[in-house]
Design a protein. Structure first.
Length: 339
């Protein structure tokens, strides 16, 4: 029994890994074309940007919030950085591109964090407002102005064609896999090894209790959203690098996939629970569904429905678990009061 509990993991990561294995086996049986190196190279590439976004959503969800502004922040930060570099005919190198975009994303995150923490407003409403502002700015001042591969800064263009592994006829692993893996490790370390990470869990578990034990809730929340804004910007720049173009109207609308992946990965919509490993597995499962339904004969128009079903299943499991734990918590309260 103890072995099964360990295999399941604290956030059901083992169960999710088993589901992914079943999906892979099922798709392989349904379509022999699935189980090829090309499929798995494509899966790795398509998971890079969603994983960066999911790490930010994970942090917000652990703290007890929901963020839907990250795709808008991502494309705003990436597009404005690339557009400025192109118009100024100045290439600040790839590191410089990332740094400028991170500053822009962090400023939007600062706005989110300040409004949420200072005025104690619902995170969903605030981030919806931020998303609306950014979309309005992009539509008003930029419209559909598209930056093609030839107009990108040289460092971005070169990064777009840099591969770690290139197997002729089968596919490649992009260089951007390295920073994404390092980011995932950094977020895992922060959540499990730092006071800041433990504070995020505490705020999500019970914000008033966190205040009473001395956690500076306002400062932690503001720093959290600044960090999430920076992560969104990194995802936006990687998206531009992989696509070798910058379109201001892309990315917004991908929130459902990312939130579904994080919820499936075991992060609680009620706050206080979640893990990087579970988030990675959740992203892989959603990308498996999105990328390979066509191979087994399911029309691509059903992709959104499939992700929606996964999200409902993940939320329902959490709600059921919460209901099951509630009676035991009430019983414990009674026992303590009797004592």
């Amino acid at each position: 029994m103890e072995i099964l509990h360990r295999l399941r993991g604290p956030n059901n990561e083992g169960v999710l890994a088993a589901v992914i294995l079943v999906v892979i086996i099922g798709m392989s049986l349904a379509s022999p074309a699935f189980l090829t190196p090309t499929t798995f190279f494509a899966l790795a590439r398509s998971s890079l940007v969603p994983l960066v976004f999911a790490l930010g959503v994970l942090l917000v969800m652990i703290s007890g919030g929901i963020d839907v502004s990250f795709p808008a922040i991502a494309i705003f930060a990436a597009y404005t950085t690339v557009a400025w570099s192109s118009q100024a005919s100045f290439d600040p190198t790839l590191v410089g591109i990332f740094a400028i975009a991170i500053v822009i994303g962090a400023l939007w995150g600062l706005l989110n964090g300040f409004v949420i923490a200072r005025f104690r407003l619902p995170t969903l409403i605030v981030t919806l407002g931020t998303q609306g502002i950014i979309k309005g700015v992009l539509l008003t001042y930029i419209g559909s102005a598209y930056i093609s591969a030839g107009a990108l800064p040289p460092s971005v263009s070169e990064a777009g064609g840099a591969y770690l592994v290139d197997v002729p006829g089968s596919g490649f692993l992009h260089m951007m896999l390295v920073p994404v893996v390092l980011l995932a490790i950094a977020v895992w370390w922060m959540l499990t090894r730092t006071t800041f990470g433990r504070s995020i869990y505490a705020i999500g578990g019970d914000i008033e209790a966190a205040r009473r034990v001395g956690i500076k809730v306002v400062r932690t929340q503001v720093l959290l959203y600044v960090l999430v804004g920076g992560l969104a910007a990194v995802g936006g720049v990687i998206f531009v690098i992989l696509g070798r173009n910058a379109n201001p109207q892309t990315l917004v609308g991908t929130e459902l996939d990312i939130i579904a992946a994080v919820v499936l990965g075991g992060a609680s919509i009620f706050g206080g629970r979640g893990s990087v490993l579970g988030t990675v597995l959740g992203v892989l499962l959603v990308q498996l569904i999105n990328n390979n339904l066509v191979l087994i004969g399911v029309p691509s128009t059903w992709q959104r429905a499939a992700v929606g079903v996964l999200l409902l299943v993940g939320v329902s499991i959490q709600a059921f678990a919460a209901l099951r734990s509630r009676p035991s918590a009430v019983l414990l309260e009674k026992e303590v009061s009797r004592a």
